[in-house]
Design a protein around this ligand. Structure first.
Ligand code: GTP
Ligand code: MG
Length: 581
């Protein structure tokens, strides 16, 4: 707990000066609010009874002074509102950077178990709540305490009875404000949850709009949406109910304090215990002690939200990336691409069944290996162990004789090119997307890579060529085109090791041939793993590996495996026959 506080306070460190300036002006502003009624009191009790000449002069002077003080107070309030918020925004900026760069470090295992929407809300909503707390918290507390204690001391020195009358209402006000504020904030929280539901529903619907339309399910979607939308209105109604209760009730209570003070004050005046000016002073101070009540109660709420946001923030920051550089990690030079799996066993963290069990495999540099096997056998998994997307749970993988866990992650991944099963293209132009393979690449290199990947022609057929903006997820491109773009990326990267996870969604024969051609060009002089779903594409592989639930069942060239009359022959015949039909 103490450690959490320390860390929280450490975010103020770069802004110490800002924080102190903020607090200074908060205190100054609060002091001025307390002083103004005192000046009024001085005028009404003393100055007005002086000789008229003298009193006029003093009144003019004091009026000017009061105008001046009001200007200073206005400046204080401006400073707090402007620079206070900027300080909050800068702290938020730092925290956001911190969490975003932490996100970049976390491994596949982490992302497998997370919803993107929730991870996003930690960066946006939670941090907003924290920064609100961090910059409003200290000043609110200080201003409230000064105003409350200050007005209490001033009033009690004027008249004790009337002070008790005025403050007698406060407990009621505190209970009322506390209750309604709690209800109101809970209702608002509920609202946010409901709007988040609506947002994710809209996102889901829009992302899947093609599926919606293909099933002609627009009506069902509308119905689902109406339901969520209705829930939102119901929740809003509730929150407005409490909001109405909160504001009207507190307004009434404040007015009641005024009336109470006036009534009792009038009685006291008629008994000659106090002067009219005392009563005026009291009235001028009422806001000064009712406002802190509202502010402090608001603060308790703000604190809860900010703190729970902060805990969610720490929750993420405390997750250690499970895949990171070892202390003595090395950089490899001139990687040749000999890869060896030694008794490799792997199981996904949240499951208790091994996907890979005791896998032994030796691949020599420049070799072209094809992995085949039924869906779910673990082909993608096996290949994702090489760049350490996941760490083996048993055994080891070596590249050129070095355990991959001893190689710096960046160095390791720089040496491996991957064309994934479903290609992800970033929002932006085609040029940007290819350049992702090598950020320093020149335009010329990019065109060269695209040519090698057989992508140049289709790119040039677009009106904007390489500057064509592809929608998010590259929806404007066909499956084969996307794969060729991602092959171009790898051409640009030019790594010694290559992993190609063939898309399961069948490409038509023509684009399959083009992709195949560019792949074979790319594979030249590189150690290549191809996960093949269409066996026709891998006849030329130097080694075909048949992977099943039981591990590597068969190994050999196309001809050898056919002659074996085993699993591979079965798979092959099945595809071959279905093609002929
Ligand atoms: P296809 O691509 O369909 O041909 O299958 P594949 O051979 O590439 O199978 P993959 O390696 O993707 O999956 C192997 C097994 O691991 C399957 O039983 C999956 O259900 C399981 N699996 C894959 N990814 C995950 C994951 O992130 N978590 C868990 N728990 N299991 C996974
Ligand atoms: Mg796969």
């Amino acid at each position: 707990m103490e450690h959490r506080w320390k860390k929280l306070l450490s975010y103020y460190k770069p802004f110490k000066k800002w924080l102190f300036a903020d607090l200074f002006f908060a205190i100054l502003g609060a002091a001025i609010t307390l002083v103004l009624p005192l000046i009024v009191r001085y005028i009404t009790t003393s100055v007005v009874y002086m000789q008229s000449k003298e009193s006029i002069q003093i009144i003019i002077k004091l009026s000017i002074a009061m105008f001046g003080l009001v200007l200073v107070e206005a400046f204080c309030n401006f400073f707090i509102a402007y620079y206070g918020h900027i300080m909050g925004a800068k702290i938020e900026f730092n925290m956001r950077n911190e969490i975003f760069s932490h996100y970049q470090k976390l491994s596949f295992t982490f992302y497998d178990n997370q919803k993107v929407g929730q991870l996003m809300s930690r960066v946006t909503n939670d941090l907003f709540e924290i920064s609100e707390l961090l910059h409003h918290g200290p000043e609110d507390v200080i201003i409230s305490i000064i105003k409350f204690v200050g007005s209490f001391i001033i009033l009690i020195s004027i008249n004790e009875e009337l002070t008790l009358v005025a403050f007698a209402f406060l407990p009621l006000m505190i209970i009322y404000a506390f209750y309604f504020n709690r209800k109101m904030k809970n209702a608002f929280k509920e609202n946010r949850a409901k709007i988040a539901d609506i947002n994710s529903q809209i996102e889901d619907n829009l992302s899947g709009i093609r599926v919606v339309k293909s099933f002609a399910n627009e009506d069902i979607e509308l119905e689902k949406f109406h339901e969520g939308n209705n829930r939102f209105v119901r929740s809003k109604k509730r929150s407005y109910f409490y909001m109405g209760g909160y504001h009207s009730g507190l307004g009434a209570l404040t007015t009641m304090i005024t009336i109470g003070v006036i009534s009792i004050g009038a009685l006291l005046i008629s008994k000659k215990t106090i002067e009219v000016t005392d009563l005026i002073t009291f009235l001028l101070y009422i806001n000064n002690f009712t406002e802190p009540v509202k502010k402090l109660i608001n603060f308790t709420e703000q604190f809860q939200n900010g703190w729970s946001g902060y805990e969610r923030f720490l929750e993420i920051m405390d997750i250690q990336p499970d895949i990171k550089d070892a202390k003595d990690a090395i950089n490899m030079k001139d990687v040749k691409g000999n890869i060896e799996f030694e008794n490799v066993t792997f199981r996904y963290e949240e499951s208790n069944e091994e996907v890979l069990n005791q896998i032994n495999l030796k691949v020599k540099e420049g070799e072209y290996i094809a992995l085949v096997g039924s869906s779910g056998a673990g082909k993608t998994t096996l290949c994702s162990l090489i760049p350490r997307f996941y760490d083996v749970t048993g055994g080891k993988i070596q590249i050129d004789g070095t355990d991959i866990r001893r190689i710096k992650l960046k160095n390791l991944r720089d040496n491996i090119g991957i064309v994934q099963q479903d290609v992800y293209l970033f929002a932006g132009t085609i040029m940007d997307n290819i350049r992702y393979g090598k950020p320093s690449a020149t335009d010329k290199e990019i065109v060269m890579a695209a040519k090698n990947a057989n992508a140049h022609d289709f790119i040039m057929s677009f009106p904007n060529g390489y500057d064509t903006d592809i929608g998010q997820r590259g929806i404007k491109l066909s499956g084969g085109q996307k794969q060729r773009l991602s092959i171009a990326r790898v051409f640009l990267k030019n790594p010694p090791i290559l992993i190609f996870d063939e898309a399961t969604s069948a490409l038509d024969n023509e684009s399959e041939r083009v992709v195949q051609e560019s792949l074979e060009k790319l594979a030249k002089n590189r150690t290549t793993f191809v996960i093949a779903h269409r066996l026709s594409t891998i006849r030329n592989a130097q080694k075909i590996i048949v992977l099943t639930e039981n591990g590597i069942e068969e190994k050999g060239t196309h001809e050898e495996l056919l002659a074996k009359r085993g699993i591979y022959e079965g798979l092959y015949n099945m595809q071959f026959k279905s093609r002929i039909q």
